[in-house]
Ligand binder design. Sequence first.
Ligand SMILES: N[C@@H](CCC(=O)N[C@@H](CS)C(=O)NCC(=O)O)C(=O)O
Length: 306
Amino acid sequence: MFILHHYGMSPFSEKIRLMLGYAGVPWQSLASPEMPPRPNIDPLSGGYRRIPIGQLGADIFCDSRVISAEIARLSGKPSLDPANGSDWVQEYAARLEGEVFWAAVLSMSPGIAIRQLLRNVGIWKTLRFIKDRAGVSRNARVKLPSAQQARAIFTAHLEDLEQRVVSDFLAGDLPSHLDFAAYHPLWFQQVVGETPLPADLRLLARWYRRMSAFGHGQDVPITRRDAFAAARDNAPRPLAASHTQDALIGSAVTVSPADYALDGVQGTLVGSSAERWIVARETPEFGLLHVHFPRAGFEVRATAGG
Ligand SMILES: N[C@@H](CCC(=O)N[C@@H](CS)C(=O)NCC(=O)O)C(=O)O
């Protein structure tokens, strides 16, 4: 069964929880710590530090775009696969998950942020969390807005979104990946940031309610032992022959995000497609694992000596 490694306050996790609810894919839920180290998933991913991460046996899926493609496949709902959007849809989704996501996070009032952290993680972890995320921001390769700029970006974004919800969903009559990419920054502002949507944006409020109504579907809490057993007791799924043609296949590589939280994963490149890199990791604890990354937003480097 599909396992989601996630934590409550994480917007990208909410994107996937809601998508699983809409798609009707039953899932197992493994609550991760809000910051590294994450003993439930680090040994499986090999060091990718972001959340959410998906897991199907010995296949590990890093980044919500790859996870969305898996949910599309499991549910037979191709509109959930980010690769199936037209050019404008893909460009807009990238903006929502980059500039708009950061605007939602950085426009949050410091008082509310502290209150939420104290409530969710307690006092000691709050201090560690602030230090951890300051490090992520400092090392980011993308330029992050100030709090004031973030508020202006987010307000303009909401007004623009109000003009875009002319159908039931953003790219037509059916929910698509784009709706979930648009949903999670708004969820974060309201649920974690305690800031309601502006009352005059009525179409947006209706779309948001339509989306929220999907809920999270059927999730069963599991433990780290269960996730580890699933990895150990299964082999990675076979690779399509068409995914083993890249010149780098067989090379030792490091795959890392290109924007922020840059920690990379080392292994052997065993698969690639127009959308994905797949890295094999041979581990003493679980045997062979395949770790999947999207191409968009990630870098692959041949590792010295490989
Ligand atoms: N592009 C990634 C972004 C994921 C992301 O930024 N996740 C945040 C939490 S919502 C994160 O992991 N921040 C750093 C951390 O938690 O260690 C995705 O789509 O999954």
